[in-house]
Write a protein that binds this ligand. Structure first.
Ligand code: MN
Length: 259
C-alpha cells in the first residue's frame, strides 16, 4: 500500500513539475534549453578537433579549453563552454558575458558538448537542430582557481557544488569569472549566474560584446560567416548540376554514336 502511494506521488510530481517551472520569466531560457538539449545532433557534423582548436590559442597557454560561441538562433545568445573531464560543460547566456563585476548574467545550463565542437564556426541549416549562425566569439584556456581551505577544488566538484571560479586566458575575456548556481524559489529549476570577479581585468566601461563583435578565429561578423557558407553551398550545387549535365551529355553522345 505504501509503495502504491509512493508511485502515485511520484507520477503526480512528474506531471505537475513542468507546470511549476513554466512561469512566464522562465520561457526564454526554457526555449534555449530545449534548443540545446539534443547534443546527439552535433555528432557527425563537420567540426574541428581538439588539436585544431589548440592552434588558435595564445602561444604558450596551457590548461583546459574554454570557448564562447555567439549563436544567432531563434534567439541570439552566447554559449559559454568549459572543458571538464573530456567534454564541454555548457551554459547558454542570453545577454552574453560582461567584464563588469556589478553585472550578473543569467546562464542556462545546457547539455555537454563534444570537445571537437569548440572551434565550430558556420551555419547549421534551417530545420536542423540548433539552426542558425555559429561564431567562435572567444576561445582560450582557463585555470581553475576555486579553493577551499587553501586547496584547489576539482572542477567536477565545483560543478556539482554549483560554485565555479575560473581564470580565463582568452583573446577577449581575461581574468576571474564565477559561475554560481542559484534558485529563485523551492519549486523552480536551478539556474546559474555568470559574474566577473573583481580584479585588474574588470571594467565597467562599455560592453565588450559591442566593442569586439567579431570572430576570435576568423575576424568575421555573423553576416560574413553566413555569406561565406552560402557561397560554398552554391558552388557545390553548381558543380553538382554541371556534373549531372555532363553525364547526360556523354550519354546523349554515346546514344548518337550508337544510332
Ligand atoms: Mn546555442
Amino acid at each position: 500500500m505504501k509503495l502504491y502511494l509512493f508511485i502515485c506521488a511520484l507520477i503526480a510530481t512528474i506531471l505537475i513539475c513542468p507546470f511549476l517551472i513554466a512561469g512566464e520569466s522562465d520561457m526564454v531560457w526554457k526555449k534555449i534549453r530545449k534548443q540545446e538539449s539534443n547534443v546527439k545532433a552535433y555528432e557527425g557534423r563537420p567540426h574541428g578537433t581538439i588539436q585544431v582548436s589548440r592552434q588558435y590559442l595564445k602561444a604558450g597557454s596551457k590548461g583546459p579549453l574554454f570557448v564562447v560561441q555567439k549563436h544567432d538562433a531563434r534567439q541570439l545568445h552566447y554559449d559559454f563552454r568549459l572543458e571538464v573531464d573530456g567534454v564541454l560543460k555548457s551554459w547558454a547566456i542570453p545577454k552574453g558575458p560582461s567584464m563588469n563585476p556589478a553585472v550578473k548574467r543569467l546562464a542556462v545550463p545546457t547539455d555537454d558538448h563534444p570537445l571537437g565542437y569548440a572551434d565550430f564556426e558556420g551555419v547549421i541549416p534551417e530545420g536542423e537542430y540548433g539552426a542558425g549562425i555559429v561564431m567562435v566569439w572567444d576561445i582560450g584556456t582557463y585555470e581553475n582557481i576555486k579553493r577551499r581551505s587553501g586547496q584547489i577544488v576539482s572542477m567536477k566538484q565545483c560543478y556539482k557544488d554549483g560554485r565555479i571560479e575560473v581564470f580565463l586566458n582568452g583573446k577577449k575575456l581575461t581574468g576571474g569569472f564565477a559561475l554560481i548556481r542559484t534558485v529563485r524559489s523551492k519549486n523552480e529549476t536551478p539556474y546559474w549566474l555568470l559574474i566577473k570577479m573583481r580584479d585588474e581585468y574588470a571594467s565597467a566601461y562599455r560592453s565588450i560584446l559591442a566593442r569586439q563583435p567579431k570572430s576570435a578565429l576568423t575576424g568575421r561578423t555573423l553576416k560574413q560567416i553566413a555569406a561565406d557558407v552560402k557561397k560554398v553551398r552554391t558552388s557545390k550545387k553548381v558543380k553538382k548540376i554541371k556534373k549531372t549535365k555532363s553525364v547526360k551529355k556523354t550519354k546523349r553522345v554515346k546514344k548518337a554514336r550508337k544510332g
